[in-house]
Design a protein around this ligand. Sequence first.
Ligand code: DX5
Ligand code: ZN
Length: 225
Amino acid sequence: MAWREWIGTVEVEPSLYAADFARLGAQIDELLGAGCRVFHFDVGDGHFVEPITIGPVVLASIAPLVHQAGGVLDCHLMVDNPLRHFPQIARAGGDSATFHYEVVDDVAGTIAAAREHGLQVGVAFNPESEPVDVASAAADADLVLCMSIHPGYSGQKFMPDAVDRIRRLRAALPERVNVQVDGGIDHETIGAAHAAGANLLVAGSAIFGGEDLPDAYRSLVQAVT
Ligand code: DX5
Ligand code: ZN
C-alpha cells in the first residue's frame, strides 16, 4: 500500500520499540487485527541517541507481515548519518524515513536523497530546535515530527511545552505536510497533541505497556476520532 493512501488522515502509530521482541510478530498481528496499518519503527545508532535500538535486520523480518496486510512501516532514524542508512532502510522494506533536522546541513538535499530510494520522507526535530526554522527547511517533506521527549527511550514523560511547539509548527507548514508527535503520548496527552495540530500520533508504552494491545490501540484511536 502506498503511504499516500493513509497520509493526511489521523493515525495512531504503535512504536515497535516498546514491543516485547520475543513476541514481535504476534504483537504486530494483534494490532493488525485491531485495524492498525501504520507502525512506527525506531532506528537508534548509539551515537545520536545513547541506545542502539533496532535496525534493518528486524525491519526485513517484519516487513512481509505488515505489507501483506496492507500496512506500512514508518521509520524514525535517530542516527547521525541518515544518508548512509536510506538504502538499507528501503531495501529492508521501510516505507518512509524520518531523519533529524539537527544532524544535516542540507535538509532539502537529504529529503531528495531519501526520495531517490522510493521512501516517503519526514524531518524530526528535538525539543531545543525552533519549529518555525524546521518548517521552512522541511516544506518539501511528507511529515515533520515534533519530539515531545528527548529521543532515545520509550516510557518517558510528555513535555508539556510540546503542545505549543506543535501549534507553531502546524501554523508554519503547508497544509499537505503531516505533523507527527512522538514521546509520552497516552490518554492524558493525546487529545492536546491532536488539538494542537498533530495528525500522526506515535505511542509506545501506552500501547505495549499493558496486557490488551488491541484495546489500548483502539481506545487511543477513539480519543482522536
Ligand atoms: C524514542 C522513540 C519513540 C518511543 C516512544 O525516542 O522515538 O518512538 O518508542 O515511546 P513512548 O510512547 O513510550 O514515549
Ligand atoms: Zn520514534
